[in-house]
Write a new protein. Structure first.
Length: 289
């Protein structure tokens, strides 16, 4: 436990985002959430891929790993598996997580890795100059899709629920209190936690703006049953307007780390164990026979 304020988690260097970018608000609310949870920076690892959202780990105090485009999730899984005592938090964009990283998105849900995934969903590729992303709405005109996006829009919440994710949520950071609450619940959750976040890209997406998100979202009803998968899936299909909040969560499913053979009879983190080169050589040689 540590007594930090949100400001204490900030890094002093300037943030390489456009004025008005939605990532600024996420950065603020996330720091407030971890400060209120009294999380030590020594025990947090922020992981990302490539993109504007993927800069987030550079701007919050804690350990960080910045990987390849679309490859944030396998890195996060490996970090958590090597030391399950760490809080592993992924921040990346809709293109990185659902496009280039779509296969890893599915795999981590199936494994139920004990990681938290904050998907910055601005419905566009913001770093690479504004082409349509997996979550771009059909008809959105971009510099590449000059006649409008024709692909079906990827629905990360519906896919995650159908695949068996154990925590699925959506937030609009303009609703700061709900967002902070969901952030805390996602971080505390045991298992794979997805929080899809509607954030505006002021430079590349002039359609899905802060005002648009505010006018096209509503909070899930207080009586929404978060343990009802069918109800969660039904709500995840809604888009006019989009619901926000925690759609689904369960805690009965074992995590990847709990199922890992390396921890069946030994709870000592992998990074603390002795490395036996002779055993490794014997194993490799056996595979060559």
């Amino acid at each position: 436990m540590i007594d930090f304020t949100a400001k204490d988690y900030d890094m002093p260097h300037s943030k390489a985002w456009c004025p008005g970018c939605g990532h600024f608000l996420v950065h603020k609310i996330l720091r407030e959430a971890i400060a209120e949870m009294k999380m030590s920076p020594d025990n947090i690892v922020f992981v990302s891929g490539i993109g504007q959202a993927a800069k987030m780990p550079q701007y919050i105090k804690g350990h960080m790993f910045n990987g390849l485009h679309g490859r944030a999730l396998p890195a996060a899984m490996a970090i958590k598996a090597s030391n399950p005592q760490l809080e592993v938090i992924v921040n990346s964009g809709d293109g990185c997580l659902y496009g280039e990283g779509g296969n890893h998105f599915l795999a981590q849900i199936e494994r139920n890795s004990d990681i938290t995934v904050f998907a910055h969903n601005n419905m566009i590729y913001g770093l690479t100059k504004g082409q349509g992303s997996p979550t771009s709405p059909k008809g959105l005109v971009t510099p590449v899709q000059i006649d409008g996006v024709t692909n079906e829009t990827f629905n990360p919440l519906a896919v995650a629920i159908a695949m068996g994710a154990t925590f699925v949520a959506r937030v609009f950071p303009g609703n700061a209190e709900q967002t902070k609450h969901v952030f805390k619940e996602a971080i505390k959750h045991r298992g794979f936690a997805l929080v899809d976040m509607f954030v505006q890209c002021v430079s590349m997406n002039k359609t899905n703006t802060f005002k648009w998100y505010k006018e096209n979202t509503y909070e899930l009803d207080a009586d929404h049953n978060q343990g009802d998968k069918i109800a969660a899936f039904t709500r995840a299909l809604q888009s006019d307007p989009y619901p926000t909040g925690i759609f689904f969560k369960e805690n009965q499913k074992a995590t990847f780390e709990e199922n890992c053979a390396a921890y069946k009879n030994n709870s000592q983190p992998l990074y603390e164990r002795d490395f036996d080169m002779k055993k490794l050589k014997k194993l490799i040689d056996a595979r060559r026979e």
